[in-house]
Design a protein around this ligand. Structure first.
Ligand SMILES: Nc1ncnc2c1ncn2[C@@H]1O[C@H](COP(=O)(O)OP(=O)(O)OP(=O)(O)O)[C@@H](O)[C@H]1O
Ligand code: SF4
Ligand SMILES: [Mg+2]
Length: 335
């Protein structure tokens, strides 16, 4: 399979009055064409900063990519690309869908016009050809009656439909990588499921690689091929979706899965929570970031960053419990 994205040792900091916020602290992963990678983890762990950096969307300053970071997206060296080069890459190799569709839709312009303009920016088409392509994209995202709909304005669409239009906009450049950051959080459950089905269909039809950021582990289980679990600016565990759900190795992943509500009532009543809070990224701990919340914490955990261990096929986790010399009675479920 063609690798469309490789991220190696990505480090991103924010220079603030209080000091350097180390938001992303050495993240590595890759993505193949047609693959869906889910990035999960508690609020503030660096999911959005990581994905925005792939498109260099975060304002620099205050954001800063640290030396030694490497991002290769569809053959492009993102870290060293100029803003002019990035504009081209954003329009052709990678696009993003956001939680709020209105961030990328113009309320004063007909939806069809916005789409045809976006299409003509990337492809050398006549107005009529672009109009046809706009209708094809609206059909692809399952907007009923697209010939009529192109004449309407964004406010005439429902929330779910606006989300579909935004996805159509994102697909107008046939991106190699599509980033979806909490694309359905603002929508009700039925519409969420439809949008997820749509992402699966798009992957099938276009072969685009998708990075899906979500708090919803149920969604992850049903659509992702592989999962990266982030904690305090690092990926602490990564592997195929089945491995992560059935053989989680990192105490944080296990805690996340335990906190998953099992019934619809629980889902409504209980917010996902793990006792304690993540470390302050202004002063991250010398050792394991999860140490203060981990029931298996050992002396070495507070002194040294855990190494990354291979724990299965394409499955890695960073925790001292997985070291070959760690006594089995301390492992608490890790194999
Ligand atoms: N402009 C900024 N200035 C300073 N710190 C920032 C800035 N943007 C993000 N951060 C910090 O970077 C860290 C990672 O933030 P990020 O938005 O990536 O979290 P997230 O995992 O996407 O969380 P959520 O699930 O809430 O969306 C957080 O500690 C956040 O406070
Ligand atoms: S390295 Fe130590 S503190 Fe960190 S998750 Fe593993 S056991 Fe817990
Ligand atoms: Mg976010």
């Amino acid at each position: 399979m063609e690798k469309v994205l490789t991220v190696e040792n990505l480090q991103v900091s924010f220079d603030t009055y209080a000091g350097e916020v180390k938001a992303v602290r050495g993240v590595s992963f890759d993505l193949e064409a047609g693959e869906i990678l889910a990035i999960v983890g508690e609020s503030g762990c660096g999911k959005s900063v990581t994905s925005q950096t792939l498109m260099k969307l975060n304002p620099m300053p205050p954001a800063r990519i640290l030396p030694g970071s490497k991002i290769t997206l569809d053959g492009n060296d993102i870290v060293n690309a100029s803003e002019k080069e990035m504009q081209k890459i954003r329009g052709n190799a990678v696009s993003m869908i956001f939680q709020d569709p209105m961030t990328c839709l113009n309320p004063t312009m007909q939806v069809g016009k916005q789409l045809t303009e976006a299409i003509r920016e990337h492809k050398n088409l006549t107005k009529e050809e672009a109009r046809k392509e706009a209708i094809r994209l609206l059909e692809l995202v399952r907007i009923p009656n697209p010939e009529q709909r192109v004449k309407q304005y964004p406010h005439e669409f429902s929330g779910g439909m606006r989300q579909r239009v935004m996805i159509a906009m994102a697909l107008s450049c046939a991106p190699k990588v599509l980033i979806a950051d909490e694309p359905t959080t603002a929508l009700d459950v039925t519409i969420q499921a439809q949008i997820m089905d749509l992402l699966l269909e798009i992957r099938e039809k276009t072969g685009t690689g998708i990075i899906l950021i979500t708090h919803d582990l149920g969604v992850v289980a049903s659509v992702a091929d592989k999962v990266a679990v982030m904690y305090a600016g690092k990926i602490v565990e990564e592997g195929p979706v089945k491995e992560i759900f059935y053989r989680p190795q990192h105490p944080y992943t296990r805690a996340l899965l335990r906190s998953l509500p099992t019934t619809e009532t629980e889902r409504k009543e209980r917010l996902i929570s793990i006792a304690g809070t993540p470390p302050d990224l202004l002063n991250p701990p010398v050792g394991c970031g999860f140490g203060s919340r981990c029931e298996n914490c050992m002396k070495i955990c507070n002194e040294e960053q855990p190494e990354q261990f291979a724990v299965g096929e394409n499955h890695v986790a960073s925790c001292w419990l997985l070291h070959k010399d760690c006594p089995p009675e301390l492992r608490g479920g890790a194999k």
